[in-house]
Design a protein around this ligand. Structure first.
Ligand code: 13P
Ligand code: SF4
Length: 376
């Protein structure tokens, strides 16, 4: 879990006075509902509660606004609320802090809610990669592009080196933006989203190279790097990488006519077999738009799949998970109703706990990279 404090984040100084979190953690979930609702009501429009689609039902039901990473970053950039309580993971809260106005404060209910994919690229490794690319004389023609699921320092690196940020809902547009300015993309940190996006644009797999941050010169020869149009950082999402092509074959054999829809963080082999790919928001929209009686196997985090199954059952649409062992994002799960009640009740008392703050020098270039995404 990436909580390197140099770049970014600190609990606010007031945190020392806060009602103790330990007093909340022993209480049962259901006892939090009334307390969260009462604190929300008292805070009124001073506070915007954002909820990512992977949040638990007990938490997301209190969100003012739900969405995928793109929608939530837009909401954070447009609100005038003084406090943004982000029920999601660390990189999302950081992006909200970068995009927010002066005087706004972003709160992550549990500071341990990170993202294992974002942790697979550290800024020092990215700088070392770039130095190697420079030494090979390839930097001038390479545009660094990072997935939203990365630290603010990496977003800043991309901003400062002529690149940008993307999410799973606008990756293709960001690739087009980058290819209009360079011959090659260095894509961080999710190899699968990079490979799936590039391939869908007609770039063959043999014009992509995986950059292994632990290997000498990324584990690649100069010729291979120079011939590649996309350098894919060797990172992945442990939740989505669990879906396999055999899962697609199994659901198709068991349920003839089923449609398979998956998140583009899934492996290329899975995406090739799927009927459609999409961000969390898009996966929901695909089912919304389908006729009554449709059946879908969905390859994404289990809380979202279960919620879709409940919601769409009323419209006679059947949703199952692509892998019935269920793929849980344990870090999203860390945001519990107890953590949410704790941050909100502290806010009611005038105390800000678990504030996420990106350092001003990092913020500037991270903002440039995020603005390029929002404008692309
Ligand atoms: P979305 O932007 O599609 O919501 O994805 C975020 C994420 O972390 C998926 O694992
Ligand atoms: Fe990160 Fe994967 Fe969880 Fe998304 S599902 S937040 S990429 S670990």
């Amino acid at each position: 879990m990436n909580l390197v404090l140099d770049e970014l984040t600190a609990a606010s100084p007031e945190a020392g006075n806060a009602c103790s979190l330990e007093n909340y953690l022993t209480l049962p979930d259901h006892t939090m509902d009334a307390r969260i609702a009462a604190a929300r009501a008292k805070l009124g429009t001073t506070t915007l509660l954002l909820g990512h689609h992977y949040q638990r039902d007990e938490v997301i039901r209190f969100a003012d606004f739900t969405g995928d990473s793109y929608k939530l970053s837009e909401a954070a950039s447009q609100t005038d609320a003084k406090y943004i309580v982000f029920c999601g993971v660390h990189f999302m809260a950081e992006s909200a802090d970068v995009l927010g106005h002066d005087g706004q404060q972003v709160i992550l209910p549990d500071l341990n809610a990170g993202c294992s994919m974002a942790d697979m690229a550290e800024i020092s490794q990215v700088e070392a990669c770039w130095e190697a690319i420079e030494r090979l004389g390839l930097a001038d023609e390479t545009i660094p592009l990072t997935y939203m699921n990365s630290t603010a320092a990496i977003k800043a690196f991309c901003g400062e080196h002529g690149g940008l940020v993307c999410t799973s809902s606008n990756a293709r547009r960001a690739f087009e933006w980058a290819f209009a300015r360079g011959k090659r993309i260095l894509f961080l940190p999710d190899q699968h989203l990079g490979r799936n996006t590039g391939y869908a644009m007609g770039i063959p797999l043999d014009e992509m190279a995986v950059w292994d941050p632990w290997g000498l010169q990324g584990g690649q020869s100069k010729d291979k790097l120079a011939a590649s149009r996309i350098l894919l950082w060797k990172g992945h999402c442990s939740v989505h990488q669990r879906f396999l092509p055999s899962h697609v074959d199994q659901v198709r054999a068991k349920y003839p006519g089923i449609q398979v829809i998956v998140h583009p963080e899934c492996r290329w082999e899975v995406c090739q077999k799927a009927d459609a790919l999409g961000s969390t928001e898009r996966l929901i929209a695909l089912v919304e738009q389908a006729p009554e009686g449709s059946m879908f196997a969905v390859g994404t985090e289990i809380h979202l799949v279960n919620r879709m199954a409940k919601r769409f059952a009323a419209e006679n649409k059947r949703i199952i998970t692509l892998d019935d062992t269920g793929c849980l994002c344990t870090t999203m799960y860390r945001i519990s109703p107890q953590h949410l009640a704790w941050v909100l009740e502290n806010l009611v008392e005038g105390r800000v706990v678990n504030r996420i703050q990106v350092r001003p020098s990092v913020k500037h270039w991270a903002r440039v990279a995020l603005d390029r995404m929002l404008e692309a």
